[in-house]
Design a protein around this ligand. Structure first.
Ligand code: GLN
Length: 192
């Protein structure tokens, strides 16, 4: 299995090292040709406007949209924003997932926080019973899901922070910044 990590901007290196820990072959993706032969792709956290602008400049928009029709993609934080259909702002989006997102919904950098989340699908897939300790950094919320998208996790006040649509996954938080590999394992279970 070979998993790519979009390496235009953001914390792609942390995802790569998590995947390596799990014994998975990885590829840093900056060019459309580097998507060839990949079984799945992670879009990291960072700044979604920057990732979008660079994806346009590198002619990656259509290749990424096509990739997402067939293969698993997981967006964390800025990556989740980039996967979404609607952020109520004008910025390049892949529009692959039927989710509406509000950027920086929890406030500014100083309002970053951590929270234990009950994620039943994750527990089931990884045969574990522990809650997932999630790290939020200038995080978006997933305002709503529609179509085939379903909610995977919410913070205690009910705001949605993880969603899945078939082989597409979006999390507002950053599993690559923890020592818990379960979300990466969960993503790998979505890869055909
Ligand atoms: N606030 C960033 C954005 O709107 C996302 C932050 C992150 O990826 N940690 O794109």
């Amino acid at each position: 299995m070979k998993i790519g990590v979009l390496a235009l901007q953001g914390d792609f290196a942390e995802h790569i090292s998590m995947l390596k820990q799990l014994g998975v072959e990885t590829e840093e993706v900056r060019l459309p040709s580097q998507l060839k032969g990949l079984d799945g792709l992670i879009i990291p956290g960072g700044e979604s406007t920057t990732i979008g602008k660079l994806a346009v400049a590198y002619n990656l928009m259509d290749p990424l949209k096509e990739f997402g029709q067939r293969r698993a993609i997981w967006g964390t934080c800025a990556g989740a924003i980039f996967l979404s259909k609607d952020v109520r702002r004008d910025q390049p989006l892949l529009g692959l997932m039927d989710i509406k997102v509000e950027r920086n919904a929890f406030g500014r950098q100083v309002d970053s926080f951590e929270e234990d989340l009950d994620v039943p699908e994750l527990k089931q897939a990884t045969h574990s019973s522990e809650d997932y300790h999630a790290v939020f950094i200038r995080a978006p919320i997933i305002e709503s899901v529609s179509g085939d998208a379903k909610v995977l996790a919410a913070v205690p006040d009910g705001r949605i922070v993880a969603a899945q649509q078939g082989h597409l996954l979006a999390t507002s938080f950053h599993p690559e910044l923890t020592n818990d590999t379960r979300f990466h394992e969960y993503f790998l279970s979505l890869v055909d």
